[in-house]
Structure formats: structure tokens, C-alpha cells
Design a binder for this molecule. Structure first.
Ligand SMILES: Cc1cc2nc3c(=O)[nH]c(=O)nc-3n(C[C@H](O)[C@H](O)[C@H](O)COP(=O)(O)OP(=O)(O)OC[C@H]3O[C@@H](n4cnc5c(N)ncnc54)[C@H](O)[C@@H]3O)c2cc1C
Ligand SMILES: NC(=O)c1ccc[n+]([C@@H]2O[C@H](COP(=O)([O-])OP(=O)(O)OC[C@H]3O[C@@H](n4cnc5c(N)ncnc54)[C@H](O)[C@@H]3O)[C@@H](O)[C@H]2O)c1
Length: 466
């Protein structure tokens, strides 16, 4: 049985664990799919590359309020798709070729499964062990607990985010089940590209974990663009003889049937620890199936670390990358390559953004969560429409809400909906992360006039402390 110094399972953020400090150790990496993992191949990067042309189409349509009109756009689906994957696929194969070219790295193209202490079996045969292991095996899309929708089947038009971006042709009608990040981003993309989208969401709003007003606003705007069914559940699904789908749903208006050529399941992701049989290696899972880790990303087994979606509740690439940096540092310390103390992950102010239209971005607790935890806070909501760049945009619904502590006068949270929300909130993430005083951030620097960032300046100036 081959034995290595270090075995890494998964080449998403796991691939970046191999830092210069670790070079020269005998390192093995196991990957069952494409190098680069979810973000590169089927996640963040291709979705945002689809969002951009979708934004262009919607912005062109919205430009009539600026006095400019464009003809109806022509959408060339193969050109959009092939531009995206023509860029991404070579990066994935180049990443694999690079690792294979390194004489201290062994690449196993296989599915790994734990069979004992720091020992895995490979689907290609044989077993591999290592002194130290990093579990970076990510997560997978949920099926739906409805007959016919339990497992994705792209050949029958039943997709997850893994396959929907590589469709041969654009369907006429698409049903999207789920109103979270994935559902909302794809509903924006496919409706902009001309597909008749019906989005089905169990809760009363889409993006239901966002600040209540943000979720309400996004739900209202999305409902103006496509057929959005909230407070609606899927009871049954049938495949017709014509090869289309009929979803039987129940919502506020009672029972209804939704016809679609293609169904996209977007109802959350589950960590891959179960498929990896980590418990056979003695590695503990929590009740939701996440590998249990401490602040140093150590699992319950000495010499085994985990990072990213397999162990994190955040399911975000920047979190997986941050944890990979922590693991890389701690491995270098453990291998005696670095004379330093181990590091801990910092999950205090984790931001996220939903690249729908408009964008939504946030970090920190919602008002409801602050109230539930009895945390004192002051709050200010600044409308885009009340700053100069908002006038240029003729923005009607964008706003930024900042919650701050009246005790420390620091930013606790920010919730934003509007153009470029993902960029707008960055100064607030910085202020919170570095514990900066709200007034100092607002008045201790210039804010370019008349830029969108003035929405942040004005929100901070509007916070009223006693
Ligand atoms: C459609 C979509 C859009 C997203 N957009 C964003 C975004 O805009 N911003 C953001 O921050 N996050 C986004 N995410 C989330 C982000 O992609 C993930 O949080 C991140 O990629 C997780 O990285 P990871 O390294 O933990 O796992 P992954 O990147 O999933 O890597 C895990 C790797 O392990 C391999 N693997 C799994 N099991 C085994 C096994 N048993 N044996 C061998 N190999 C195995 C997999 O093939 C995979 O390559 C998106 C996710 C999706 C699905
Ligand atoms: N921009 C980004 O950062 C980005 C983009 C995509 C995905 N992601 C990551 O991927 C993860 C998975 O995304 P997701 O959208 O699949 O999950 P999610 O948890 O964000 O949303 C799932 C949604 O589906 C709804 N739902 C669940 N079961 C349902 C049912 N039976 N019928 C109708 N609705 C149902 C839920 O109420 C929820 O709103 C996210 O948590 C996120 O961290 C991030």
C-alpha cells in the first residue's frame, strides 16, 4: 500500500493547501472529478460569467428610464456557454497537468473512501495511507423528497447546478425548485436569456435568510420578472410522454400544475463526509453531516484536518480558501517546516453575495437575530435613491442597512440590495473586521464624489448614538 507524508482529498480549495513550505514532502492528492472543484467548474465562476450577460440584457431593458432604448437582444446560447467553458476547462486541465508535473506530488484520479485510521480505499483499486490527511471533499446538491425528483437525471431534463450550465440548447420553459442562492441566480440568468422561468419556493420569500426587508424587496422584484411561486411546495412530479415535466404544487392559491421542459433542483447542498465514509476513519460528523473541526481546522482524529464545504456551515468559496490557508500554515508547523504557532480560522464577519438582479450582499446578524439574542444595536437604512449616484442610476429600490453597537460604536452587520451590492459593502466588512469606530470610518477618509460608495458614508453618518 502506498504511504505518503500528506494526502489531500479534493482539489477545490484543497489544491491550494500545497504551499511552498510543503514542497518536497511526499504529497498525494485524490480527485474524483475535475481539478479545481465546484467553484471553478460548476459554481462561483461560471455562474457569475453567466450573470454578466444576463445583467447586460436586464440593464438594457431598464435603460428606458434613462431615456435610452435598445432593440430586443439576440441571445446566442452556444456562444455564451462556449466562451465560459472555453476559458474554464483549460484552467481545470492546466491545474491538473501542473500537479502531475511536480515530482513530489502523486495524483490519484479516483473516489476515496475511508477504511481505517488515515487510510482510504480508491475506486480504482487499492488503498493509500498517509501520516497526515486533509479532507476537502466539498458538498453536493440535494435531491427533493418527492418521487421522480430524488436524484438528478440530466438525460431526462432533471438538473442540478452541476449540469444546467452545459445544456445543448436553451429550453423554452424551466422550473426551478428552491429560492436560495442557486435558485435566484439561475432564475435571473435563464429568465434574462429568454427562458420562461417558474421558481418555486417553500418559504414566504426567496432569500429567506436575508434581512427581512431585503428578502421582501428581492421577492417583489423577482415576481415582476418571472413566475415566482412562494409559500409553495412540490407534491409530485411526472414525466410526460412528450418528454416534458409536470410538477404538482400546492401554494396559497391551492393546487396547480407547472409544465416545464427542464427542472433545476436548487434546494441546498449537503456535505460529502458521508460519501467519503469518514466515520470509518474515526472522524466525527455533526448531526447535519459536517465533519467536526476545531478552530485550527483539526478533526477528531490526530493528524487529520478538514476545510471548506465538507466541514463548514458557510458553504462559500472565500471561507473554504481562508480555511485552506489556515490548514496550510498548521500543516507546515506540524511538519516542522515552519517555526510558528498554529493559526485559527476567523469566522467573525463572513460576508456573502447573491449575484441576482439586483445584487444582494450582507454580513453579520439580521435585525431579527440581534433582537432574538438581546444584542443592543442602532440601525440606519440608506437608500441608493437618495445619493447622487443613485440619481444617475435612477435607482428605485436599492438600500443599505447598517447595524452598529451603541456600546462599542462598531459595525455589527450590513445588509444591502442594489447595484454592485457585493462591492458596496466591502468597506463595512473592513471596518467590522478591524474594529474601527463608525465615526472614524465615515469622517477619517475621503469618499469619492459622486460614487456609489457614498451610500456607505451616508449610512454610517446616519447612525445615531446617544
Ligand atoms: C452554482 C454554485 C454557485 C456558487 N457561487 C458561489 C459564489 O459566487 N461565491 C461563493 O463564495 N461561493 C459560491 N458557491 C459555493 C462554493 O462553490 C463552495 O463553497 C466552494 O467551492 C467549496 O469549496 P471546497 O474546496 O470545500 O469544495 P469543492 O470545491 O466542492 O471541492 C471538493 C472536491 O472534492 C472532490 N471529491 C468529493 N468527494 C470525493 C471523494 N470521495 N474522493 C475524491 N474526490 C472527492 C470533488 O470532486 C471536488 O472536486 C457556489 C456553489 C454553487 C453550487
Ligand atoms: N453567490 C454565492 O455565494 C453562492 C451562489 C450559489 C451557491 N452558493 C452556496 O451554495 C449553497 C447552496 O445553495 P442553494 O441555493 O442550493 O441552497 P440554499 O440553502 O441557499 O437555498 C435553498 C432554498 O431552497 C428552499 N427549499 C428547500 N427545500 C424546498 C422544497 N422542497 N421546495 C421548495 N423550496 C425548497 C429553501 O427554503 C431555501 O430557500 C448556499 O448555501 C451557498 O452557500 C453561494
Amino acid at each position: 500500500m502506498p504511504h505518503h507524508n500528506l494526502l489531500i482529498i479534493g482539489t477545490g480549495s484543497g489544491n491550494s493547501v500545497i504551499t511552498p513550505e510543503l514542497e518536497g514532502l511526499d504529497i498525494a492528492i485524490v480527485e474524483e472529478g475535475r481539478f479545481g472543484g465546484t467553484c471553478l467548474n460548476v459554481g462561483c465562476i461560471p455562474t457569475k460569467m453567466y450573470v454578466l450577460p444576463a445583467d447586460r440584457i436586464v440593464e438594457a431593458r431598464e435603460s428606458d428610464r434613462l431615456g435610452v432604448t435598445f432593440p430586443k437582444p439576440t441571445v446566442n446560447w452556444p456562444a455564451i456557454r462556449d466562451r465560459i467553458f472555453g476559458r474554464i476547462d483549460p484552467i481545470a486541465s492546466g491545474g491538473e497537468a501542473y500537479r502531475r508535473s511536480q515530482d513530489f506530488v502523486t495524483v490519484y484520479a479516483a473516489t476515496a473512501r475511508f477504511v481505517g485510521d488515515r487510510t482510504v480505499a480508491l475506486s480504482t483499486g487499492g488503498q493509500v495511507s498517509a501520516d497526515r490527511i486533509v479532507v476537502a471533499a466539498g458538498s453536493r446538491a440535494n435531491g427533493l423528497p418527492v418521487d421522480g425528483l430524488r436524484e438528478p437525471d440530466p438525460s431526462r431534463g432533471l438538473h442540478t447546478s452541476d449540469t444546467i450550465m452545459r445544456l445543448d440548447t436553451l429550453p423554452k420553459r424551466m422550473a426551478i425548485v428552491g429560492g436560495g442562492f442557486v435558485g435566484c441566480e439561475f432564475a435571473h440568468v435563464f429568465s434574462a436569456l429568454g427562458v420562461e422561468v417558474t421558481q418555486i419556493q417553500r418559504s414566504a420569500t426567496v432569500l429567506s435568510k436575508e434581512e427581512a426587508e431585503v428578502a421582501k424587496r428581492y421577492t417583489a422584484l423577482a415576481g415582476e420578472r418571472y413566475d415566482l411561486r412562494v409559500s409553495t411546495g412540490v407534491n409530485a412530479a411526472h414525466r410526460t410522454e412528450a418528454g416534458t415535466w409536470q410538477l404538482e404544487v400546492t401554494g396559497p392559491q391551492g393546487r396547480a400544475t407547472i409544465d416545464a421542459d427542464v427542472v433545476l433542483l436548487a434546494t441546498g447542498r449537503v456535505p460529502n463526509g458521508d460519501r467519503l465514509d469518514v466515520t470509518a476513519g474515526g472522524i466525527a460528523l455533526d448531526e447535519e453531516g459536517h465533519v467536526v473541526v476545531d478552530a485550527q481546522q483539526r478533526t477528531s482524529v490526530e493528524g487529520v484536518w478538514a476545510l471548506g464545504d465538507v466541514s463548514s456551515h458557510w458553504q462559500l468559496k472565500h471561507v473554504a480558501n481562508h480555511e485552506a490557508r489556515v490548514v496550510a500554515h498548521n500543516l507546515a508547523v506540524a511538519f516542522g517546516r515552519l517555526d510558528a504557532a498554529p493559526q485559527e480560522s476567523d469566522h467573525r464577519f463572513v460576508p456573502h453575495a447573491v449575484f441576482g438582479h439586483p445584487q444582494v450582499a450582507a454580513f453579520g446578524p439580521t435585525a431579527a437575530e440581534l433582537e432574538a439574542s438581546g444584542t443592543a444595536y442602532v440601525t440606519k437604512t440608506q437608500r441608493y435613491g437618495d445619493i447622487a449616484y443613485g440619481w444617475a442610476l435612477e435607482d428605485v429600490g436599492g438600500f443599505l442597512t447598517v447595524h452598529a453597537s451603541p456600546v462599542t460604536r462598531r459595525v455589527l452587520a450590513a445588509h444591502c440590495i442594489g447595484p454592485q451590492a457585493s462591492t458596496v459593502i466591502q468597506p463595512l466588512i473592513q471596518a467590522a473586521s478591524f474594529g474601527q469606530d463608525v465615526h472614524e470610518v465615515a469622517r477619517g477618509q475621503y469618499w469619492i464624489h459622486p460614487a456609489l460608495s457614498e451610500v456607505v458614508e451616508n449610512a454610517l453618518l446616519g447612525l445615531e448614538f446617544d
